[in-house]
Design a protein around this ligand. Structure first.
Ligand code: SF4
Ligand code: SF4
Length: 430
């Protein structure tokens, strides 16, 4: 009689990741910190610890000693579908990896599980499944015609045809959160930094496909996008590529080299890193208080800028250097920050969960202890360095205000937009 085949396969899961499952001590520390578990009202399926345990059980039922001796135990489609729903209820924020005493690289694990499930035809989640077609057709994640990549550009902004520095705006800043692109371009112009862009030839960085486990779909679309972007950047002769979007920055720094199997032939920098270098070199002279009067400001570390690639100090250096900005730190900051709730496809797939987490994060920022451990201070400005974080935190702030939370009356702006104000520039096109 033919031997029964295991229900599970281990496509997109490495041997090391399978061994890591055994390293989980079930201590529950990850669950204490997980923003989606808390934001969902502690739905058991969303706990990172329980996801690891359930996947380990899948592996044991398929390949464990009992499965080897007596044949694998079936895993039903319902179990796979439920697991898919739960593993997509994760922003891939990475704090579970930060706090895990066993050193489990959970973000890589979640993304591997997602890709495995998508490959078996279970997943991704909801509207996330439309992304490969949209991005394949339009090369952006908003289903816009490619000429719309340029509509944010005001008449006063000067963009060179070729230059050593290239600004990669990304789909969100180029088409939706356009104040960020306007601010970046105006700040660079004001500082006398010549830069070029890819214009209509810029493609989605592929982050949304990679984070939701769909990078191989539509004929390896994420790899094709990375190849096209890298080749187009090379053709411009750029030596440094600047990103104000933390998602694109992370994709270029980590995902493009991995997908392409080679280092990218240019230096990848977040705009806040570039500005911090200019401050160190004494090349920035702020003209004014960004908001006309003194404000108390705090900073939200985007997961893709902070925990994923370790950029923490530069955005703080930029804010601290400006006049009229009294910088205060939230209790949950830097590597222990709470995610805004938008990443990992959660904003598109589970918008209510994303909003619930955003409200928690705005709550973190409303009042902070200042000076340390003494009085509670109302925060006026909640800065971040990613258009996706700004969008979700703004939604959270608005929802709290509508609910009558007066402390939620906070300005939410990107560090680069605030920099434009401090240089006497308008952060918006008008
Ligand atoms: S923190 Fe690490 S060891 Fe503890 S339950 Fe979570 S994954 Fe397992
Ligand atoms: S990556 Fe973040 S959202 Fe996902 S399971 Fe870990 S802590 Fe929760």
């Amino acid at each position: 009689m033919a031997r029964k085949q295991p229900s599970l396969d281990l496509k997109n899961i490495t041997m090391v990741q399978t061994m890591e499952l055994d390293g989980c001590m079930r201590c529950g520390e990850c669950a204490e910190w997980c923003p989606t578990y808390e934001g969902s009202g502690y739905l058991p399926g969303l706990s990172p610890r329980d996801k690891i345990y359930r996947w380990k059980r899948f592996v044991d039922r398929s390949f464990g000693i009992s499965a080897t001796l007596f044949g694998p135990k079936e895993i039903s489609n319902e179990e796979f579908v439920q697991f898919k729903d739960d593993v997509h209820g994760c922003t891939t924020c990475g704090i579970c990896a930060t706090v895990c005493e066993s050193g489990i690289n959970t973000v890589e694990l979640w993304e591997g599980m997602r890709a495995n499930l998508v490959k078996r035809g279970v997943g991704p989640y909801g509207k996330q499944g439309t992304m490969p077609k949209i991005i394949g057709d339009t090369k952006n994640s908003y289903n816009e015609p490619k000429e719309n990549r340029l509509i944010w550009i005001p008449k006063d902004v000067k963009i060179a045809d070729k230059a050593d520095i290239l600004y990669f705006s990304g789909c969100t800043a180029g088409m939706k959160q356009t104040n960020l692109a306007v601010s970046t371009a105006r700040v660079l112009n004001k500082l006398g930094v010549e830069f070029c862009m890819l214009g209509e030839e810029e493609c989605c960085c592929g982050s949304v496909l990679i984070r939701t486990g769909q990078y191989f779909r539509e004929d390896n679309l994420a790899k094709k996008l990375a190849r096209t972007n890298v080749d187009n950047i090379k053709a411009k002769g750029a030596k440094i590529v600047l990103y104000a979007c933390s998602g694109c920055f992370r994709a270029s720094l980590v995902d493009w080299p991995r997908l392409l199997g080679e280092e990218v032939p240019f230096k990848v920098m977040h705009v806040t890193q570039f500005l911090a270098e200019k401050i160190d070199a004494g090349e920035i002279e702020w003209k004014q208080k960004p908001f006309g009067e003194d404000k108390t400001v705090t900073f939200h570390d985007p997961c893709h800028l902070g925990r994923h690639v370790g950029v923490y100090d530069e955005p703080r250096k930029v804010l601290n250097s400006m006049p009229g900005m009294n910088y205060v730190e939230m209790e949950r900051c830097k590597s222990y920050q709470r995610c805004c709730g938008a990443g990992g496809g959660v904003k598109s797939g589970m918008p209510e969960l994303a909003l619930s987490i955003a409200k928690l994060r705005v709550g973190d920022a409303e009042t902070v202890l200042y000076p340390e451990g003494e009085t509670k201070t109302q925060t006026n400005v909640f800065a971040q360095a990613c258009p996706f974080c700004k969008r979700n935190l703004s939604d959270g702030r608005d929802a709290l205000k509508q609910g009558g939370d007066e402390k939620a009356d906070i300005i939410i702006e990107d560090v680069v937009e605030i920099s434009a104000r401090a240089l006497g520039l308008s952060p918006s096109k008008e």
